[in-house]
Design a protein around this ligand. Structure first.
Ligand code: GLN
Length: 310
């Protein structure tokens, strides 16, 4: 039996020594100021036991990791009708790319690139007033993690609202194709607040538990999504969760994962564990440099993979 606490302690110690840490996202004002020396890891086993090391209790901006929760919530709201407005193919392009929207008539390739997540916010606006949509989203994530202390960092959201010109362009461009139906500032208001959710590794791993457990939260035994939907969300994480770095992540780590420019990654070992790592320095594709390395070492030492029986 592997001693998981020893493994995560060793990995945190190794990451503290790492020299190639990547660069923090500088285009979001509050993220540009984060110390790249941070590293945290939390693993929650199927039995609910948690193993954590490093800065596992320091909150960070989860950014695009939130797209896992917004996809879950949007599928809950409209079901498979989502797929009329968002595709399910890896984009092979940067997370904030606009190029494919022209050839694909304003339909984003998948829900995990910015354009896809923005369409999901538009869909939620068909159900809720803007403030209510943000409040529902926060309530949903708090319930998944079982932690009412999770908050949105309004300063991060405000900074993005002032500087998120590419997202404004994406939303307007899709509006021209009719795939955004509400006022762009309202749609993006939801998007920026969703990305500005502040969580630590422990909370993020807790929020991911339903995905390791066939759609059911193991702590409450309540079903969050059906087993089929959980499988589909995991498939999208595997194929699209790291944008144009998704193939590389699958090759190195072999688990479904979702990254964010805050440096967080949520990775799932079905039936076994929900894992969150955080290190703010990013590689050239906008995915956490040390977060990926830490996950690579974790799977090497545990044998965890979706491609091999454990
Ligand atoms: N809020 C960020 C943006 O829209 C999210 C991007 C990310 O985490 N990859 O640019």
């Amino acid at each position: 039996m592997v001693d998981l606490q020893t493994i995560v302690d060793e990995i945190a110690a190794e990451m503290a020594q790492a020299t190639e840490r990547g660069a923090v996202a500088s285009y979001i004002p509050d993220l540009a100021r984060i110390d790249p020396a941070h590293f945290g890891i939390a693993v929650i086993g199927h039995d609910g036991v948690s193993y954590a090391a490093g800065d596992a209790d320091t909150a960070f901006s989860i950014q695009s990791v939130s797209k896992v929760f917004s996809l879950t919530m949007t599928l809950g709201a409209v079901g498979d009708a989502l797929w009329r407005r968002v595709g399910r193919e890896p984009s092979g392009s940067a997370f904030n790319s606009i190029v494919q929207l022209e050839t694909e008539q304003g339909i984003p390739r998948n829900p995990f690139i910015n354009a896809g997540a923005i369409v999901m916010c538009d869909i939620l606006l068909g159900r809720y007033e803007p403030r209510e949509a943000i409040a529902q989203f926060l309530r949903f994530v708090r319930a998944l993690a079982g932690d009412d202390g999770i908050v949105i960092d309004h300063k991060v959201a405000g900074g993005e609202q002032e500087t998120g010109f590419r997202n404004v362009a994406l939303a307007n461009y899709m509006r021209a194709f009719g795939n955004i139906q509400h006022a762009v500032d309202k749609v993006l208001g939801i998007y920026f607040h969703q990305c500005a959710l502040a969580m630590n590794c422990r909370q993020l791993a807790l929020a991911g538990r339903f995905l390791m457990n066939g759609g059911r939260n193991p702590a409450t035994c309540r079903s969050v999504v059906s087993p089929q939907r959980a499988r589909r969300i995991l498939s999208l994480m595997m194929t699209c969760g790291h944008y144009d770095g998704s193939g590389e992540f699958a090759f190195r780590v072999g688990l479904p994962g979702k990254s964010g420019v805050g440096g967080g990654i949520l990775a799932i070992v079905p039936g076994i564990a929900s894992i969150a790592v955080w290190s703010p320095g990013l590689n050239e594709r906008g995915n956490s440099q040390l977060g990926t390395l830490a996950l690579e070492r974790l799977v090497q030492r545990t044998g965890w993979s979706v491609f091999e029986p454990v």
